[in-house]
Design a protein around this ligand. Structure first.
Ligand code: GMT
Length: 363
């Protein structure tokens, strides 16, 4: 098949899944990736990257419509030049709408698949400013997928959609995300995200204060985003900043996660929780919020622990339970890795996308 993938290139789950999917599909198909910049995990091998160039104009300053149009235009060119069979839009806003427009420009010569990653439907796409276009783009896509059963139900209710939505979970490369040898005895707690409010970073810092009063340990934050400065301030004010490292965005996140003893993800909501999946692949037990897709991913007391959103005391107590009992930590980690190998590898998930592409082309 000749496939085009449109995604966001930044540090965020949707762009990461889209890029990893492109790497996997390029082993068997002709693959084109379209975005405004090279995605952070792009390996530059096996497929073509098409950059969406923006044209700035004073009129656009307060009404930035240009990206959706530039993307539609670029997609239409790539579809025509390469006779694409499929355009797979990751993230509904604006990628699905741009893909629809490009398809129409190309006289319906291509099929559009849209994957909803979470915030694109329940946060951004659901906002009154975008809702009508998001619903329309979902309805018009030739196939619609999302990453968890929770997201499927949520989308059907929020958008009053009756059409089929296939659930295709996130996946991770278990070779890359595997346990690394630790070079220090001290326990390491880790979190990685884009520091948006939804991630509840202050809960991690408060929980870590309780943990670090009981045992000697270090907290490592990977990633960057709007909540980082506030988090650094908070750590200083609580007098624990010497035990916390803010690494910012790093290239080899697996090396940091793979050396950790525990991974925390206390999000307000999470459509799947790719960061937790990456930790589980590295045999790292997780303590996560009992919400959304995390509930489908993590089995309480088997491969991690689920806590009520905002329950800092519970996060701290489950964390201490894991960090103070190496046997338990290793058992949870082994179970987590086993779950990943059985359910969430590229070998299991990528064929689900390929089958969907084939079914859609046959329709
Ligand atoms: O979590 C983020 O802030 C990034 C976001 C995105 O859209 O890039 O991630 C979403 O998509 C990931 C890949 O499908 C999921 O694993 C994340 O759970 C989801 N984030 C949220 O729902 C908050």
């Amino acid at each position: 098949m000749r496939i085009g993938i449109a995604c966001f290139p930044t540090y965020g789950g949707s762009g990461i899944i889209a890029t990893e999917l492109a790497h996997q599909l390029a082993k068997k198909h002709e693959l084109h990736l379209i975005s405004y910049d090279k995605p952070v995990r792009l390996k530059d091998e096996g497929f073509s990257f098409h950059k969406v160039e923006l044209f700035s104009y004073p009129l656009f300053e307060r009404a930035p419509c240009c990206y959706s149009l530039a993307l539609a235009s670029r997609l239409a060119t790539v579809i025509k030049t390469n006779s694409l069979d499929i355009v797979h839009a990751h993230y509904a806003v604006p990628n699905a709408a741009s893909a629809y427009l490009a398809k129409k420009i190309c006289n319906d010569s291509v099929r559009v698949i849209t994957t909803l990653h979470g915030t694109d439907s329940y946060l951004v796409g659901n906002h009154p400013s975008y809702k009508e276009v998001t619903r329309f783009s979902m309805e018009q896509s030739d196939a619609l997928t999302t990453v968890s059963e929770y997201m499927r139900r949520h989308t059907m209710t929020d958008f009053d959609i009756s059409r089929e939505i296939s659930v295709i979970p996130n996946f991770v490369d278990p070779q890359r995300f595997s346990r690394c040898k630790k070079d220090q005895q001290q326990k390491i707690v880790c979190h990685s995200s884009n520091f948006r409010q939804i991630k509840r970073i202050p809960d991690i810092i408060r929980a870590f204060k309780i943990i670090s009063e009981e045992i000697k340990c270090k907290l490592i934050f990977v990633g960057d985003g709007p909540g980082r400065t506030e988090a650094e301030e908070m750590a200083k004010n609580l007098g624990i900043s010497k035990n916390i490292e803010f690494l910012g965005n790093v290239r080899n996140v697996q090396k940091i996660i793979g050396r950790s003893d525990l991974f925390l993800l206390p999000s307000q909501d999470e459509s799947f929780g790719l960061a937790a999946l990456e930790a589980m692949s590295c045999e790292v037990p997780v303590v996560v919020s009992d919400v959304g897709g995390l509930r489908e991913l993590v089995s309480h007391d088997v491969d991690g622990y689920l806590t009520k959103v905002g329950d800092v005391e519970a996060i701290a107590q489950y964390s201490l339970k894991i960090l103070q009992d190496l046997g338990l930590q290793e058992k949870l980690g082994r179970n987590a890795r086993k779950k990943v190998l059985e359910n969430y590898t590229p070998g299991r998930i990528v064929p689900m996308y390929e089958d969907l592409y084939e079914e859609t082309l046959e329709k």
